[in-house]
Structures are given as C-alpha cells and as structure tokens.
Design a protein around this ligand. Structure first.
Ligand code: CP
Length: 470
C-alpha cells in the first residue's frame, strides 16, 4: 500500500497500521541515515512557517536534506504576499506549482486544510492555531512506544494548557485510537474544550469520569486530575464503581506525563487579565517523588517556559530532548511516504468504528463561531463556503470541517418546506419536534432569530411562544 499523494492535516488522516508502518520505517532510517541520501533527490519541499518554530521547521528541513531533497522556506508572513491580502488558496496553488510537498504552520485553525484543498501536492500540517499538530503527535507516540514498547493500556497524564495546546488535541485522539487511558490535568481555566471531549467519547468509544469519581484520588493528594478518559479495552464498570476503578488504575502508576507550556499567544484578553499562568503548577522533582511516578516517562513537546523544572533534565525519566530528536527520523519517514519514494506494507484499516456524519448542505447557514477559524477570516471568507458535519440531532450540533469546533445552532428551518413558497418560510427552535423531522439534506440552521429573519424566515408558533416566555 502507498501513502503517496496523501496529506496529513489531523491525526485522523493516518490509521493505526499506517502510523505503525511509519514508525518501523523511522526506526530503519535512524539506523542508516547515510543510505537515505538518494531517496528524495530532485524533490523540493516548501517549508512555510507563519508562526515561530525551532523544532518542527528545522527537523522537517533537516529531514528533507537527509533524504537528499531541497527546501525552500518562508518563515515570516510579512515577507510573503499574504501580507498584501493574498488568499491562502492562491498562495497554495502557486507554491504547489513550484514544489513536490508543502509543510505549513499557520495561526488560523483549518488553514492547513485549505492549503491541502488547493495545492495539488501533499500537504503536512505543522500546527494550525490551537487546532492540531499531527507530526508532533507522531514524535510523541514514537517516543512512548520506544520507552514502553506499547501504547495500549498505558496511563498517560496530560498537564497544563489543555485548552489551546494543539499538540494536546492531536495527542488525545491518537492515544484514544491506540487504546491508552488519558488523565487530564489542566491548569484551572485551561481545560480541554467540550467539542474535543464530545468527539472523544462519541467516536473513540471510551468513557469520561469526572468530579465525584475523582475525589478519592484528588483527596489522596496524588495529582490535580480533572477527568480521566478510560479506553474501551479497560473494564466497563466505571460508571457503576467510578472511584474504585480509578484507584485501581492509578495504583499501576502514571506511565507518561506529558507537560505543556501555557499557550499565552492564544489567550483571550480576559484570560490574560486572569493571569492563568500564575495558576500553573510546576512539574519538578518534588511532584514526581511519589510511587506512582517511579516508572513515569516525562515528556514535553517543547519549548518549555517555567512549567518544567530544569532540575529534571538530568533525571533518567525525562525524555523530552530525545522526543525532539525523534523529529528527524519520524519526519524523514513521513516525507518519503507522502512523496511515494518509499512504500510500506499496511494491513487494511478496520473502519467499523468510523462515523460517517451527514454534511450540512445549504448555501444559507451559520458561520463558524470560532474567531480563529480560517473560514471566517476576511481574506478567506470571500471564497470558502462554511462546511459542517451534522454530528448530533439532540441537541442539534454542527462541527466545522475546517477547525472542528462544534456548536449548537438555536434555530432551524427546512429547505424542502419553503422552496419557492416564501409564505411557508418558517423557522423553529432547534430543540422542537419540527426540527427533528427535517431531513439532514434539507436542514438550514441559524445562530439567532435575527439571522433567520435576515434571510426572510418568519418565526413559528414555538419560536413566538419561547420569545414570549423570555
Ligand atoms: N514542538 C514544537 O512544535 O516546537 P516548535 O514550536 O519549536 O516547532
């Protein structure tokens, strides 16, 4: 099987078997660096980094050089024509006509998907805002696998900024795919976004335990855990005996602690004022002295700021510099596979768990409410049509195809009922019995009554009743 001409935008783009094959290839390449020099001769990689980077950019560029290919770089948006108002799609088409593969980092969530949609060559997401960073996840999984031999069944704790950390968001889904248990240890105010929790529990089959279930452990003073995702391969009595099960889980200890820095550059003005970084608990020798941490691998995607004590650098449990070094062989393997210069044998993917959601198909409809989404930026909204998956009907929930934020529109109408007959252009509360009867292909959604009425829809009796109540 070949991975040629594919793009990597989120961790969903590679199956477990494909990731395993990539890791085996990275192993082989790391043991024979000199032999890879001819693999990508004549190929060119564009390295477009519109946010700061040390590891991702330089390890990608090193990887391409080690494969014998060439690199062109733009590392400052101000030095490109994006600064003159050019769209991402136009840039992607042009750069795609120069090179064989594009690596892009961009502050807008979903920007890498737009590049992949327009470039005509494989595209690798090197971080799109707070959305995802799938190649960091490949390095993370590779490191865990090297240290622990497996990922399935491990207890992995995620620490710090779980709200804006894109490495965290990619890693959560990958750990769930590989069957790990995940302990969420956020700094207060920086918890995992609800849309990620919803995707995790609906699409990956595990269960989340919170609050009262965690009280015994928090009381034991072990760890500031907010919630635990328990993989489906673990016993399923969690809902019945939560405290007991979690204690059993934790007795085995923490297999890996993944620390992240506060992503201050993404904080809202209110979050800046709250000084969330002052609430950040530092991971140091004292924290890791307990029995539960004896075999813990300490990881960090880096850069570190103040959240991980330098005293841990010499501790044999610390693996964050090895994790960064794995970036070269892992990215060499990825580039060579997507360029089709290397083939791997991959068993067919088990697609039984895959959820195929209906798509929102109307020209009229809501914009993504995420202000960081690429689809709502002035230069991009001129040509990008908002795209959503209908991920739930009760409550009605749409998920943006670009940034993956989920939201619940307040009102709905049907394209079938009003077609050509404006008198019946009526909108309903999204939770009403009418709403549930609308076929997905006819569904029109609105954030507000004003939005529905601006499109010529009139309130239904249910809407009027609700408006009178409030
Ligand atoms: N881990 C990571 O993405 O590091 P850089 O921001 O330095 O690329």
């Amino acid at each position: 099987m070949t991975l040629a001409n594919r793009s990597l935008i989120t961790t969903d783009d590679l199956s477990n078997a494909e990731m395993e094959a990539l890791f085996s290839l990275a192993d082989r390449m790391s043991h024979a660096m000199d032999e890879q020099l001819g693999l990508c001769r004549g190929k060119i990689m564009a390295s477009l980094f519109f946010e700061p980077s040390t590891r991702t950019r330089l390890s990608f560029e090193t990887a391409m050089h080690r494969l014998g290919g060439s690199v062109i770089t733009a590392a400052d948006v101000g030095a490109t024509s994006l600064a003159k108002g050019e769209s991402i799609a136009d840039m992607a088409k042009v750069v795609g006509s120069y090179v064989d593969i594009i690596v892009i980092r961009h502050p807008w969530e979903g920007a890498a998907k737009v590049v992949a949609d327009y470039a005509g060559v494989p595209v690798i997401n090197a971080g799109d805002g707070g959305h995802q960073h799938p190649t960091q996840t490949l390095c993370d999984l590779y490191t865990i696998r090297k240290e622990k031999r497996t990922i399935r069944g491990l207890n992995i704790a995620l620490w710090g900024d779980l709200k804006y950390g894109r490495t965290i968001h990619s890693l959560i889904f990958a750990l769930a795919k590989f069957g790990a248990n995940i302990l969420f240890c956020p700094t207060p105010g920086l918890e995992v976004p609800q849309h990620i929790i919803e995707k995790l529990t609906t699409e990956y089959g595990g269960e989340i335990a919170r609050e009262e279930a965690l009280t015994p452990m928090v009381k034991d003073g072990l760890f500031p855990v907010d919630a635990i995702y328990v993989t489906p391969s673990r016993p399923h009595q969690l809902a019945m005996m939560p405290g007991v099960n979690i204690k059993v889980e934790l007795k085995r200890g923490i297999d890996a602690l993944y620390v992240t820095r506060p992503q201050k550059e993404r904080f809202t003005a209110a979050e800046q004022r709250e000084e969330l970084t002052k609430k950040y608990r530092v991971v140091d020798k004292k924290l890791l002295k307990g029995k539960a941490f004896q075999e813990t691998v300490v990881m960090h995607p880096l850069p570190r700021v103040d959240e991980l004590a330098h005293e841990l650098d010499a501790d044999p449990r610390s693996k964050y510099f090895e994790q960064a070094a794995q970036g070269v062989p892992v990215r060499m393997a990825l580039i060579s596979l997507l360029l089709g210069v290397t083939q791997v044998s991959v068993p067919a993917e088990d697609t039984s768990r895959k959820v195929d959601y209906p798509l929102y198909q109307q020209a009229v409809g809501p914009k993504c409410p995420n202000p960081r989404c690429v689809s709502v930026q002035e230069t991009e909204a001129k040509y990008l049509k908002p795209e959503f998956k209908i991920v739930n009907r009760e409550p009605l929930t749409l998920r943006c195809n670009y940034c993956e934020h989920g939201f619940e529109p307040k009102y709905v109408a049907s394209a079938e009922w009003h077609e050509g007959r404006t008198a019946t252009k009526t909108y309903h509360p999204a939770a009403s019995r009418w709403a549930k009867r609308i076929k997905p292909e006819n569904l029109i959604a609105f954030h507000s009554a004003e939005e529905a009425e601006a499109h010529g829809f009139k309130p239904s009796r249910d809407v009027k009743a609700l408006q009178e109540e409030s």
